[in-house]
Unconditional design. Structure first.
Length: 202
């Protein structure tokens, strides 16, 4: 008596397509959420956005029985030029969408949004080379000396503490948590060192 085996009965064993889909693991969008977006200013027209920059105000000594002298600054402006255009495009046909088991439109919409977000982050991260001041060496390891110098530069520039952020590459993060002073509560006994790191949200 012959036995059925997976080989002899192959015509009766169907291939099964899972209801699950392996989606590309995009990185989380980080930097885009930390900067001011000017999208709405150029949503309908224009390619250069002007932002007025207020001058620094200073006090004036007041003498008795003298008129107040008003300060009159000549303020400047900063410009942002839209000069980078990128897109993501896919085109599943009606026939494919009708026959496919999966929601190709929904899957691709999600992936396209993440791809654009990752690209925006990469573009913003690349702007560091245009900064007037910097600390540390690009591509070098993360050091406490570089961090301390970065804090000093921000303090000298009177950068508001609530607007400071520290974005770290995975490799830099590994260096960062290896510097015990930044998370040892004995160093900052009254502070949540790991939560705030004494400088900014991380």
């Amino acid at each position: 008596m012959g036995e059925f085996t997976p080989t002899t009965a192959a015509a009766y064993i169907p291939d099964v397509w899972s209801s699950k889909v392996f989606e590309y693991a995009y990185e989380d969008v980080l930097i885009c959420d930390l900067v001011t977006s000017l999208d709405s200013d150029v949503a309908s027209y224009g390619e250069i956005v002007h932002l007025p920059v207020m001058g620094v105000l200073s006090t004036t000594a007041k003498s008795a029985d003298t008129d107040v002298t008003f300060t009159s600054n000549t303020d400047t402006d900063a410009t942002v030029t839209v000069n980078t255009y990128e897109y993501v495009a896919v085109a599943p046909t009606l026939e494919v969408m009708k026959k496919a088991k999966y929601d190709l439109v929904g899957l691709n919409q999600k992936a396209m949004g993440k791809a654009m977000g990752n690209r925006w982050d990469a573009q913003l991260a690349g702007l560091y080379s245009t900064f007037a001041q910097s600390a540390g060496t690009a591509g070098g390891g993360f050091t406490d000396a570089a961090l301390i110098e970065a804090i000093r530069l921000l303090d000298v520039a009177n950068a508001p503490a609530e607007d400071r952020s520290l974005v770290l590459h995975s490799s830099a993060w590994a260096d960062f948590i290896g510097i015990e002073k930044f998370y040892n509560s004995a160093t900052f006994p009254q502070q949540k060192a790991l939560a705030k790191y004494q400088i900014a949200e991380v």
